[in-house]
Design a binder for this molecule. Structure first.
Ligand code: SAM
Length: 297
């Protein structure tokens, strides 16, 4: 189903996963105990409802372990919150350039309270960025965030020469950068993932950090995974076929070998720390991933 240079629109292939995450953030935004507030998420989902029909609200009658709504919302809420906190910590510690690799339909430049003077670079495929900009223009008048934060959206494939695009757009590799790779790695072939971390290391001045959602081997055996099966039915795309499961080195080891320090937390522990644990079969969704932050001392 995937090929080395495949491209997609927002309603096809990997593009649909960005909508799926937006659907979960919309549900989470409307929950009283929500971990993330994304006022734009529902607009993206509503805009293409004729083609991909996804929820924007948790069904109040559904059991919390209902995979279509409760689990998706909780998992994405936990992960968004964890990465929001890590990026904002970096920004408040003085890092004024942030790079979101595979930003999808996330709206961090708009929805987070950045210190004035922060630049947030977003990278995703052209059609995904175009769709996001179009909907933000229709609903907000502009895709640009208010306040003292600057957003620079780059339409470039992460299997291509994205460092050149970042240089051209003004990233300064002599100053620290806060990087994010959330909901990305399994969609990259092994070599592209290896190259991605090598390039991040090359572009990172001392003091830089990267926050990562890491799945490791968990994407290899998803045949009995209820969340994946349900999401695939809802998305109209078999998500498991979108993952590359070719063997790849552990990025934590490679970063440590280059002198970076790594701190990690399982997504299950993060969920418990936010008071949103999931039990029973839903736990499988949390058993798959760890969140880590690596720092270049
Ligand atoms: N990080 C966002 C979030 O959490 O809302 C989006 C996650 S979504 C599951 C995956 C995103 O990765 C999609 O927006 C997709 O377009 C992007 N993506 C995957 N492979 C890519 C590539 N080779 N180049 C650019 N973007 C890519």
């Amino acid at each position: 189903m995937r090929s080395d240079d495949d491209q997609w629109t927002i309603t096809e292939s990997v593009g649909v996963t960005a909508l799926g995450v937006a659907s979960a953030r919309a549900m989470e935004t409307r929950r009283p105990d929500g971990l993330v507030e994304d006022p734009h998420a529902a607009s993206f989902v509503d805009a293409v409802r004729d083609e991909v029909d996804l929820p924007t609200e948790v069904d109040p009658r559904a059991d919390p372990s209902d995979v279509a709504s409760g689990v998706m919302s909780t998992y994405v809420g936990v992960r968004s919150r964890w990465f929001d906190e890590h990026l904002l910590d970096a920004a408040r510690d003085g890092t004024d350039q942030v790079v979101i690799l595979a930003s999808g339909l996330d709206t961090r430049p708009q929805r987070l309270d950045w210190p004035s003077g922060t630049t947030v670079f977003e990278i995703d495929q052209a059609d995904v960025v175009d769709f996001k900009d179009r909907i933000l223009t229709e609903t907000e008048g502009s895709p640009e965030p208010a306040g003292g934060v600057r957003r620079v959206a780059l339409r470039v494939d992460l299997r291509d020469d994205w460092p050149a695009a970042l240089h051209e757009a003004g990233l300064d590799p002599a100053r620290p950068t806060a990087w994010l790779a959330e909901g990305l790695l399994p969609y990259l072939p092994a070599q592209a993932e290896v190259d991605l971390f090598d390039r991040v290391v090359e572009l990172s001045a001392p003091g830089s950090r990267i926050a990562v959602e890491h799945f490791g081997d968990a994407v290899k055996n998803l045949d009995d995974d209820e969340l994946m099966a349900t999401s695939s039915r809802n998305f109209g795309v078999d998500v498991r076929e979108l993952f590359f499961s070719d063997e790849r080195p552990d990025p934590r080891e490679r970063l440590r070998a280059r002198g970076w320090t790594v701190d990690e937390q399982s997504s299950a522990d993060a969920a418990r720390s936010y008071g949103r644990p999931l039990e029973g079969p839903a736990e499988a969704a949390f058993a798959r991933s760890v969140f880590f932050e690596a720092r270049h001392p």
